[in-house]
Design a binder for this molecule. Structure first.
Ligand code: SF4
Length: 275
């Protein structure tokens, strides 16, 4: 345990970052792969399903037992996420690999140093090439990717690595406007190429089931208001980023048609690639 987020103690576990074949493919949020730099979220939504998914993991059980805290009262992050992702996105080179497609040249010595990576010599990208283009990787199935400045910055580094080492597209989901102000802005600054950069290969979405800030405060507790999420979504749309709508969870409605019409207007459905 090293610090706290939203008054929750933070723990670190030694888990992988990339899941190459996630069941999230059935939700049509990805083409198979997902990534997560955490196991327990910084937010504490009352409807969160994640505990049921990770309940049986020994590391989670150990943390709960030693801390005496319930799952919604802890944050669990993953150790060395950048090294783990670099290992997952590369493999040892073989004699048939193109000589100019090695991980060291793609990442550059500067990035390898700033990301504190080791063991990249003789490695080549595992998911590079037209066969991987348009495959979408979803982040994250377990935590909010931009719940604090620090977590949003971690997401920037992970996404930059994905965009440089693979041909995958990325789909990010958050309840935080930091997804726009830090993640999208910084990724576009680092990868501005209109054809292959952040605006072309990253889809941004905000989880907005209710548009009522008071209702959201009751069930999403520490998460930023839906009003602030919509403002960030509109900013992304106005600035040429790819967006999708995520109406989740939808609460019982007196008139589902009225809700649907309001929701389409709120997320500007015509500017969303998918809903
Ligand atoms: S933001 Fe998502 S992952 Fe985080 S607590 Fe809420 S529902 Fe769970």
């Amino acid at each position: 345990m090293t610090n706290t987020i939203h008054n929750k103690p933070v723990f670190f576990v030694d888990s992988l970052i990339l899941n190459e074949q996630s069941a999230f493919v059935h939700k049509r949020l990805c083409g198979g792969p997902t990534f997560s730099a955490g196991t327990a979220c910084a937010y504490s939504c009352t409807y969160c399903y994640v505990e049921q998914i990770v309940l049986k993991q020994k590391a989670v059980q150990d943390i709960r037992k030693s801390s005496g805290l319930s799952f919604d009262k802890i944050v669990i992050r993953r150790q060395n996420p950048l090294q783990k992702l670099a290992d997952a996105l590369t493999r040892n080179a073989s004699s048939s690999d193109a000589v100019n497609l090695d991980a060291e040249s793609i990442l550059t010595a500067e990035r390898i140093k700033s990301w504190n990576l080791t063991g990249m010599k003789g490695r080549v990208p595992k998911f590079h090439g037209s066969q991987f283009a348009n495959t979408v990787v979803f982040g994250s199935p377990l935590v909010d990717v931009a719940a604090t400045n620090e977590l949003a910055k971690e997401t920037v580094e992970l996404c930059e690595m994905f965009l440089r080492l693979t041909s995958f597209d990325l789909r990010l989901l958050s309840k935080s406007p930091l997804l726009e102000s830090i993640v999208a802005t910084e990724l576009h600054k680092r990868l501005p190429d209109e054809q292959a950069g952040a605006k072309k290969r990253v889809l941004f979405g905000f989880s907005t089931g209710t548009f009522n800030d008071t209702v959201a405060e009751a069930i999403e507790v520490t998460a930023p208001s839906p009003t602030s999420r919509l403002k960030a979504l509109h900013l992304l749309q106005d600035n040429g980023f790819r967006t999708y709508g995520m109406l989740c969870p939808i609460l019982p409605q007196f008139d589902p048609n009225i809700y649907a019409n309001e929701a389409m207007k709120a997320i500007r459905a015509d500017k969303c690639e998918a809903i």
